[in-house]
Design a binder for this molecule. Structure first.
Ligand code: AMP
Length: 389
C-alpha cells in the first residue's frame, strides 16, 4: 500500500480502536465510539482504570513494549489520550499497527519551544518568548519583556506545574535554579494581561477535512480549569477569528484527530496561542450534550477516516469541573429533587469518571449545565454551594 493510501484508511464500526491511556478522556472516547459500534481496548497501568470500566483493558506500563505489541495486535487503529507518549512506543506502534495521527504532532507538542515555533510557522501568534539556558539569559529576556514574566519548563508541565511567575528582579536566580533542576530546556514568556482565556478544539481527518467547535471561555482556579462558558462572552467576529486560528494550526501542523488550542485574549482584542494539546480536552467536554457532535465522537470519526460531524451548538452551556472535594456534595445533590435547577430552568448533566480515590484537586468528573443563557447556569452553580471559590 502506498503511504498516502495507508494514511487514509477508513476504519468502519465493528472494528477495534486501541487507546494508549485509560483515563477519563479514553473513557468518554470509548463511550462515544461504542455507541457507533466500535470496540475499544485501552492500555493503562492502573487496574480498573476509568476507560477499563467501559472497554477492555491491558494493564501494563505505558512504556511496556510487550503490552504495546499486544495493543497493536488487538486493535485495527490506535490513538492516544495523553500527549506524553514514549517516543519509542509510538515508533513501534506505527510500525506494527495503524496510527493515523502519526508521531510528529506528539513530538511537536511534547515540547513548548518546538510547539511555539510550529504555531508561528502556521502564521499564528504566541506570546513573546525566549529560550533560556542560564540565569544571565533569563535576566536579559526579563529586561526585554518587562515584569512579570512566566518561566516554564519546556517539557513535563501541566496544570501550572513547572512554572514560575517572576514578579521581581530578585526572583530571577531562584526561579532559574528551581526550574532548571527539572533537567529540561526552559522558556520564558512575556506575561499576557489577558481579559479572557479561550480555547477552540479543531478536528482534522487524514483526508484533510477540518471542523472547529465553538470557542469556550475558560476560567481557571489554582491553575486547574474550573469553568468553560459557551458561547464565550466575546463578540461574534472574535469567536470566528479564534476558530479560524485553530483551523489554521490544525492544517499547518498536519494534525489528525483533535487538537485543542488554548488562547489568551488581550485587553486590546488580540489573540495569542498559549498552548496546544493533540487530544480531547477538558475545555471541550461541554460538547457532549451541547453540540450536535461531541469532541469524542469527532475524534473517533477523524482517526477512523469518516466524514466529520456537524459541530453546531445546540444550547448555551457552562461546564464545571468536579474535583475530589466536590464529589460528596455533588452525590448528595444527585439523590435529591433539584429545586434550584427547576426554578432556573437549567439541566445539569452529570459525568463522573469512575476514579476510585477522590483526592482533593483530582479531576473526578464534570457537570454540563445546559441553560437558556450562561447567567442561569452560573446561578445554578453558585446556588448548589458545591463550588465555593
Ligand atoms: P499553561 O500550563 O501554559 O497552560 O499555563 C497555565 C496557566 O498559567 C494559564 O492558563 C494562564 O492562566 C497562566 N499563564 C501561562 N502563561 C502565561 C502568560 N504568558 N501570561 C499570563 N498568564 C499565563
Amino acid at each position: 500500500m502506498s503511504e498516502t493510501a495507508k494514511d487514509m484508511k477508513v476504519i468502519l464500526p465493528g472494528s477495534t480502536i486501541g487507546i494508549l491511556g485509560g483515563g477519563q478522556l479514553g473513557r468518554m472516547m470509548a463511550n462515544a465510539g461504542s455507541a457507533m459500534g466500535y470496540r475499544f481496548v485501552a492500555l493503562d497501568p492502573t487496574p480498573d482504570a476509568p476507560c477499563g470500566q467501559v472497554a477492555r483493558q491491558i494493564v501494563a506500563a505505558y512504556d511496556d513494549r510487550d503490552a504495546a505489541k499486544e495493543l497493536a495486535e488487538r486493535a485495527d487503529v490506535i490513538t492516544y489520550e495523553f500527549e506524553n507518549v514514549d517516543a519509542g512506543v509510538a515508533a513501534m506502534l506505527m510500525e506494527q499497527s495503524y496510527v493515523p495521527q502519526g508521531s510528529e504532532l506528539l513530538y511537536t507538542t511534547q515540547h513548548r519551544l518546538r510547539e511555539k515555533r510550529a504555531i508561528e510557522a502556521a502564521g499564528v501568534k504566541v506570546a513573546p518568548y525566549a529560550e533560556v539556558r542560564s540565569a544571565d539569559e533569563l535576566r536579559e529576556a526579563v529586561s526585554r519583556f518587562g515584569l512579570p514574566c512566566v518561566l516554564k519548563t519546556a517539557t513535563g508541565g501541566y496544570d501550572g506545574k513547572g512554572q514560575w511567575v517572576i514578579r521581581g528582579e530578585a526572583e530571577v536566580d531562584e526561579a532559574f535554579e528551581t526550574l532548571n533542576r527539572a533537567g529540561t530546556e526552559l522558556v520564558v514568556e512575556q506575561f499576557i494581561r489577558f481579559q479572557k482565556e479561550l480555547s477552540v478544539i479543531a478536528a482534522r481527518s487524514p483526508q484533510g477535512e477540518i471542523r472547529t467547535f465553538p470557542a469556550a471561555e475558560n476560567i481557571h482556579v489554582d491553575n486547574i480549569l474550573h469553568l468553560s462558558i459557551v458561547p464565550a462572552r466575546i463578540d461574534a467576529e472574535l469567536q470566528r477569528e479564534a476558530e479560524r486560528l485553530a483551523a489554521r494550526i490544525a492544517e499547518g501542523l498536519g494534525a489528525v484527530g483533535l487538537i485543542a488550542v488554548e488562547l489568551f485574549l488581550t485587553e486590546d482584542g488580540e489573540l495569542f496561542v498559549n498552548e496546544l494539546a493533540p487530544r480531547p480536552h477538558n475545555s471541550g467536554h461541554y460538547t457532549m450534550e451541547a453540540c450536535r457532535t461531541s469532541q469524542f465522537e469527532q475524534h473517533v470519526r477523524a482517526v477512523c477516516g469518516l466524514p466529520l460531524g456537524d459541530t453546531s451548538l445546540l444550547t448555551p452551556v457552562v461546564m464545571v469541573n468536579v474535583l475530589g472535594e466536590h464529589v460528596e456534595p455533588l452525590l448528595a445533590l444527585v439523590a435529591e429533587q433539584d429545586a434550584s435547577a427547576e426554578r432556573l430552568g437549567v439541566a445539569p448533566k452529570i459525568h463522573l469518571y469512575g476514579k476510585h480515590e477522590a483526592k482533593p484537586k483530582r479531576k473526578m468528573g464534570h457537570v454540563n449545565v445546559l441553560a437558556e443563557n450562561a447567567e442561569q447556569a452560573l446561578a445554578w452553580i453558585s446556588e448548589t454551594n458545591i463550588w465555593r471559590v
